[in-house]
Design a protein around this ligand. Structure first.
Ligand code: FAD
Length: 376
């Protein structure tokens, strides 16, 4: 049995798939969205929702910056439940070595038009009184913000449906075929193009994809309004995010509009089960208490896990598959998929309609993997 033919079938209604669906529908393409579970229930529900400009590489900067601008342009249209909050980020430095990194970041961002502010020890303490005394300072990035990602995914799906997109929920795709997708129940959905945006499950549908699961833990507390005011991240976070070792934790705390605190985060390769590992949570909380001693007095409500989709070069795969021209990829966003979802959708649709993009697409093209990048 087969449904009507669509221009595009999007696999996965996480933040990436749903943003791609909205952009495709906006472009006038006919769209089917096929989701195995619920909207935004994968890594999108597990993530922190920190929309942050990053400077690991020029390509990462370009994508995060472009996407952040798209989020800001959309801010007024976002429904209240998306909780877009321009709280800014402070990258916290513990010593002189990390202050040198603060200055390097400040210079990098200044040269590219991103406003930041170097905080000395005293201004850091004034900005965030719950941080422990004796820290060296930090870098405030006022343009960073946070959202509640599952509601953003829901909003993008709603926008797509208003433009005629068809949603198939609870409908796992078993196989991507040359003319569309085959669902687990045997139904096929025909489409001119298929977009694999199934997050960390994308390699199970497209064999040979260089995407690995990277497990993360988060904890949420009860309500403590103004305990912190910015998203606070240790500069050592970069070492942890870069590390390809099996396991790492880093201090990363986010204030929610509800007054709750999201406490992260951990990174683990080679772990496939989703259970909460108490040893990891304990390490994560101990790290957070090193920075925020009073955090130890607060009550936490829940801990959970999610899987980032990691590529060897830490950039997502956006564009046509190197060998199957009717298959597009929008996956591999690791720890930045909430931030970069909107830019991903723009770059994807630009390639579908053969239009130049606002930023160069080459660094994100899946074809680069065929040139030999491998996981360390
Ligand atoms: C602990 C943690 C913290 C994070 N913090 C941040 C942050 O602060 N900022 C940020 O930018 N990013 C963050 N991230 C990363 C971010 O959450 C992800 O990059 C992003 O959610 C990826 O979205 P996605 O749509 O690609 O994947 P997902 O949200 O996983 O969506 C994929 C969807 O595909 C569906 N699917 C899978 N297989 C099939 C199939 N066969 N058929 C149909 N549907 C299928 C799944 O059900 C799922 O809904 C964090 C991640 C973690 C784990």
């Amino acid at each position: 049995m087969s449904w009507k033919t669509y221009d595009v079938v999007i696999i996965g209604a996480g933040i990436v798939g749903s943003a791609c669906a909205a952009e495709c529908a906006n472009e006038g393409l006919t769209v089917a969205i096929v989701e195995a579970g619920i909207i935004g229930g994968g890594a999108t529900a597990a993530g922190m929702g920190h929309l942050t400009v990053m400077d690991d590489s020029e390509a990462q900067f370009a994508l995060t910056r472009y996407s952040q601008q798209l989020w800001d342009q959309m801010s007024d249209a976002l429904p209240r439940e998306v909780e877009h909050d321009a709280c800014g980020t402070i990258w916290v430095a513990v010593d002189d070595e990390e202050m040198a990194e603060v200055r390097r970041k400040e210079k990098f961002f200044a040269e590219r038009g991103v406003k930041t502010e170097i905080l000395d020890a005293q201004s850091l303490a004034e900005a965030e009184p719950n941080l422990r005394p004796g820290l060296a300072g930090g870098l405030r990035v006022p343009g960073d913000s946070v959202i509640y990602p599952p509601c953003a995914a829901q909003y993008f799906v709603n926008q797509s449906r208003k433009k005629g997109a068809k949603l198939f929920l609870g409908a796992p795709v078993d196989k991507i075929e040359s003319s569309g997708v085959r669902l687990h129940d045997g139904i096929t959905i025909s489409a001119g193009l298929v977009v694999n945006s199934a997050g960390s499950s994308s390699p199970s549908l497209t064999h040979g994809l260089e995407v690995k699961k990277r497990k993360g833990h988060l904890v949420i507390t009860d309500r403590y309004p103004n305990f912190v005011r910015h998203q606070l991240v240790e500069l050592g976070y970069l070492k942890s995010a870069h590390s390809m070792t099996a396991e790492s934790v880093a201090f990363n705390v986010q204030p929610r509009q509800t007054g709750q605190l999201l406490i992260g985060s951990s990174r683990q390769f080679g772990v496939d089960d989703s259970h909460v590992d108490n040893a990891i949570v304990t390490r994560m909380l101990e790290r957070a208490v090193e920075y925020l001693p009073n955090l130890g007095k607060l009550s936490s409500l829940r801990a959970w896990t999610g899987f980032r989709a990691a590529t060897p070069d830490k950039l997502p795969l956006i564009g046509p598959h190197a060998e199957h021209e009717r298959l597009y990829l929008a996956t591999g966003h690791e720890g930045l998929g909430i931030t970069t979802s909107l830019a991903t959708a723009k770059l994807l649709v630009d390639q579908i309609v053969n239009r130049e993009s606002a930023i160069p697409v080459t660094p994100y093209l899946p074809a680069r993997m065929a040139r030999g990048a491998v996981h360390v």
